[in-house]
Every structure is written in structure tokens, then in C-alpha cells.
Ligand binder design. Structure first.
Ligand code: FES
Length: 182
């Protein structure tokens, strides 16, 4: 899908503000994600063309930052930590509860397109508040079933954190790293 004219204009305007075109890569990725909801390889090629940079540089930047999505996802991104310190404080039970309440499996999006969730074995850096999860890049700590219920209820009606996204396909599978050890 070709980028919309206003998105192309925004990327050019941003690029003109910086002495180096590389500095405009992240704003350009945001502009595309705001328009399309995620950033495809094709869009990265367009960004590269507009900025006069190698496509590999745009792809390397997009894949480095977790906030840039490569495929359609829900309006909200929920990542629950199941690394050892969180696990010792009940993370597995909280992850199971979250999946049960959302009605979709790890890596999938709810049928209303509101929430994509997955578990991660990467420590999210908030062990002091274990068990915890990251909701749209904000920490929600000391999880209990009641706290999870209230977070889900809020997210179902809240808009996307970075503006409206296009309609999402329901129950989109998204493979991510999961814990393999017991
Ligand atoms: S182990 Fe879960 S935040 Fe560190």
C-alpha cells in the first residue's frame, strides 16, 4: 500500500528539520504507523526513498524498537512478564488468567480488536512490582485477577495511545519468544 500524500509530506517536513536525514527515521516510522497501524517492508522502502537512505537502515531501526509493529495488532499492546522473579510471584497464573479473560491465546488479538497480548521471558525491569505487565509501554505492577479485570475493562474502551489505528483483523496470531524452560 503506497503511503498517503499527507504522510509523505510529514516525512519530508520532519526530514527538513534535522541536519542528518537519519534523525528523521523514527519520526517517519511513527508517521507511517499512525497512518497504516503498522509498518510494512514496502513502507520502509518508501521511507528510504523519501529520505535518500538505504532500506536496510530503516529496517534495522524499525526492528530494534518494539513500538514499531510489523503486522496489524490490537489498539493496545499488553506484554506480561513470566521471567523467574515474576514467575515466583504468580506470573504464570496471571498470564493464564489474562488469556482466559481476553478469550484469545498468547500472541493473539481479541475479537473486538482492542488488545493484543503476549508473554515474554525477557525481564521487563520491574521485578520489584512482580508479577507485572507492560500495557502500551507503561508498567502495571503487583497484578491480581481484580487488577487485570480493571485494566482490561479500561483498555476495551480506550483509544489507541498514539491516535486512531485502522480496523484490525480479529485474532491475529503473532509469534513471540516464550519461556521454554519449566
Ligand atoms: S522478572 Fe518480571 S519484571 Fe523482572
Amino acid at each position: 500500500m503506497a503511503l498517503a500524500k499527507p504522510t509523505v509530506e510529514e516525512i519530508k517536513t520532519r526530514a527538513a528539520r534535522y541536519p542528518s536525514r537519519q534523525s528523521a527515521i523514527i519520526p517517519a516510522l511513527w508517521a507511517v504507523q499512525h497512518e497504516q497501524g503498522y509498518v510494512t517492508k514496502e513502507s520502509m522502502g518508501e521511507i528510504a526513498q523519501i529520505l535518500g537512505l538505504p532500506p536496510s537502515l530503516i529496517e534495522a531501526t524499525a526492528s530494534f524498537y518494539s513500538m514499531f509493529l510489523a503486522r496489524p495488532e490490537g489498539r493496545h499492546d499488553v506484554v506480561i512478564c513470566v521471567n523467574a522473579p515474576c514467575m515466583l510471584r504468580g506470573a504464570d497464573e496471571m498470564a493464564a488468567y489474562l488469556g482466559q479473560q481476553l478469550g484469545v491465546r498468547d500472541g493473539e488479538t481479541t475479537t473486538d480488536g482492542a488488545i493484543t497480548w503476549h508473554s515474554t521471558i525477557e525481564c521487563l525491569g520491574a521485578c520489584g512490582g512482580a508479577p507485572m505487565m507492560q500495557v502500551d509501554h507503561h508498567f502495571e505492577e503487583n497484578l491480581t485477577p481484580e487488577r487485570i479485570d480493571s485494566i482490561i475493562e479500561r483498555l476495551r474502551t480506550e483509544p489507541a495511545p498514539h491516535g486512531p489505528k485502522p480496523e484490525k483483523a480479529a485474532a491475529v496470531a503473532r509469534p513471540r519468544a516464550k519461556r521454554t524452560q519449566n
